[in-house]
Design a protein around this ligand. Structure first.
Ligand SMILES: Cc1cc2nc3c(=O)[nH]c(=O)nc-3n(C[C@H](O)[C@H](O)[C@H](O)COP(=O)(O)O)c2cc1C
Length: 233
């Protein structure tokens, strides 16, 4: 399988003092099964690939790119089942969302909250999200713990769902990345404090990915099934 990413710059630097703040705004990428068995093509124009093809729009909000990586993994997985998946930064908008069979929204956690653009989007598009099959996934460090991987036991997701006018049909909760050296001084020590309190790695050279990719794969399969049901109606 070959995967591609957009040709536009994948990151934009936000000048904030000496901090290396990086907002990931990759170009939209489309994954779809190619006529060559198992292969995927990227960055093609959206279009109906055939009567049995489900079209999925995956919108993500990511600061250091890990939620994007998970979104692209879901896109590639769904493409192996014949789905067409457009993976797009939420900041680029979703005016065409009603044309899809399913919508997936993904966000990382930053300082105890999902990104504001996600909550704003959900508020503004609650009706559409309620009408279409839809899924949500949340990426955080606390989700590295097996005891924080359900919508009931993950405080961020529990709060999100409680306050949201949208009740996603499917929710994925995935561990994120800890990379102290990538953060500015304030964030580095703030996250280290959280790690101390939650018994995580505190060595400032730690760079670890807590994502369980088998879990993401299983979530992608559930997204495909959700979109297929919509396509069948
Ligand atoms: C500035 C900052 C604040 C964070 N705050 C939290 C937090 O409050 N709780 C948590 O569980 N994870 C927190 N994280 C961890 C991120 O959710 C995790 O690194 C995730 O992989 C980031 O995904 P992204 O690259 O898509 O933004 C924080 C990370 C950063 C850099």
């Amino acid at each position: 399988m070959s995967l591609g990413v957009g040709s536009e710059p994948t990151a934009r630097l936000l000048g904030r003092g000496d901090y290396r703040w990086t907002l990931h705004l990759a170009a939209p990428v489309q994954f779809r099964a190619s006529p060559v068995a198992g292969a995927c093509s990227a960055n093609e124009r959206p279009g109906r690939g055939g009567p049995s093809v489900s079209r999925i729009l995956l919108l993500y909000s990511s600061f250091y790119g890990h939620t994007l990586k998970i979104g692209e993994f879901i896109g590639a997985e769904a493409a192996t089942r014949g789905d067409e998946v457009v993976v797009r930064p939420l900041a680029r908008g979703a005016a065409d969302a009603a044309a899809y069979d399913a919508i997936v929204v993904g966000s990382s956690i930053r300082h105890g909250k999902h990104h504001a653009e996600v909550t704003d989007f959900v508020r503004a598009n609650a009706e559409l999200l309620g009408r279409l099959p839809s899924a949500f996934f949340s990426v955080s460090l606390i989700a590295r713990k097996p005891t924080r991987q359900t919508p009931q036991t993950n405080q961020y997701v529990r709060e999100f769902v409680a306050k949201s006018p949208w009740q996603p049909r499917l929710i994925g909760i995935f561990g994120g990345v800890l990379d102290y050296q990538r953060y500015g001084v304030f964030d580095r020590y703030a996250i280290r404090l959280i790690m101390t309190l939650t018994k995580g790695p505190t060595d400032l050279h730690t760079h670890v990915e807590f994502t369980d990719w088998d879990k993401v794969r299983a979530f992608a399969a559930q997204v495909s099934a959700l979109a297929a049901r919509q396509g069948a109606t």
